[in-house]
Design a binder for this molecule. Structure first.
Ligand SMILES: Nc1ncnc2c1ncn2[C@@H]1O[C@H](COP(=O)(O)OP(=O)(O)OP(=O)(O)O)[C@@H](O)[C@H]1O
Length: 240
């Protein structure tokens, strides 16, 4: 059950972005999706969230086949993702930016406004609700991206490098926030992240990719002990 992808392959004119990868995410767990640049992490999130149909393989949501469903359908059914670049509409207020995520999926304006303010309050940025989407600092902009996703009441929340560009203190606060979101919303969280200390601080399980393939998966302790991971990802010889 949960959200699962089995035997996924995606290629772009000869580049095997993802090659036979299987990943699953349960409600209530935080899974770190890790790997060097170009490993295929964002492509997997695109597949899970309906932004990229897989060329091979299957995606299932709570046991039902959802392969090829589009992003709006998946978002309405609880699979919600954030983007590496938050991309707020600068001509709209912060609150309107969150509301737009809801109204675009068919929610009414009044309910969308209420929900947007609740989420901004949850993330501690209600005071910025009427600010222009273009007037936020980097950290607040990231929080609005998460508010926009949470407003959709995810059962599975896919976060694409939410800590990119953050300093150590901001990243630690984000780690606490992600765990609080998991506890309060009961959702499964998939976290793409390069920073290993943030991964081990935040996640119960890791899935490591390189060059489109899985090279290790398990608890952080299991992965760090895995010879394949150590050789391929850390560049360490076995026994080092
Ligand atoms: N739309 C696309 N068209 C062509 N090639 C693509 C496309 N999207 C991804 N790729 C290629 O597929 C491979 C995997 O990319 P992907 O963005 O999934 O990796 P990633 O692990 O998320 O990397 P990063 O950490 O840099 O974001 C890369 O070689 C990338 O250049």
């Amino acid at each position: 059950m949960g959200l699962s992808a089995t035997g996924i392959a995606v290629h772009f004119s000869g580049v095997r972005a993802v090659d036979d990868v299987s990943v699953s995410l349960s409600r209530g767990e935080i899974l770190g999706l890790v790997g060097p640049n170009g490993a295929g992490k964002t492509t997997m999130v695109n597949v899970f969230s309906g932004f990229q149909p897989p060329h091979r393989g299957a995606v299932a949501l709570e046991g039902a086949a959802v392969t090829g469903r589009d992003s709006a359908w998946l978002a309405r059914n609880g699979v919600v993702r954030t983007f590496q670049a938050v991309r707020l509409f600068h001509g709209l207020s912060v609150s309107e930016n969150v509301e737009a995520a809801l109204t675009s999926l068919g929610h009414g304006r009044a309910a969308a406004r209420r929900r947007a303010l609740e989420m901004l309050d949850y993330l501690g940025i209600a005071g910025r609700a009427q600010a222009s989407g273009g007037a936020l600092n980097y950290g607040d902009e990231r929080r609005v991206g998460i508010a926009r996703a949470l407003a959709l009441q995810p059962r599975f929340l896919l976060l694409d490098e939410p800590a990119a560009g953050m300093n150590v203190a901001e990243a630690a606060a984000l780690s606490d926030l992600i765990r609080r979101i998991r506890d309060d919303f009961g959702c499964g969280v998939l976290l793409i992240e390069h920073n290993m200390s943030l991964i081990t601080r935040t996640c119960e399980r890791m899935h490591v990719m390189a060059s489109g393939r899985t090279i290790a998966a398990g608890t952080p302790a299991e992965v760090f002990a895995d010879p394949g991971f150590r050789a391929a990802y850390l560049g360490l010889e076995e026994g080092a």
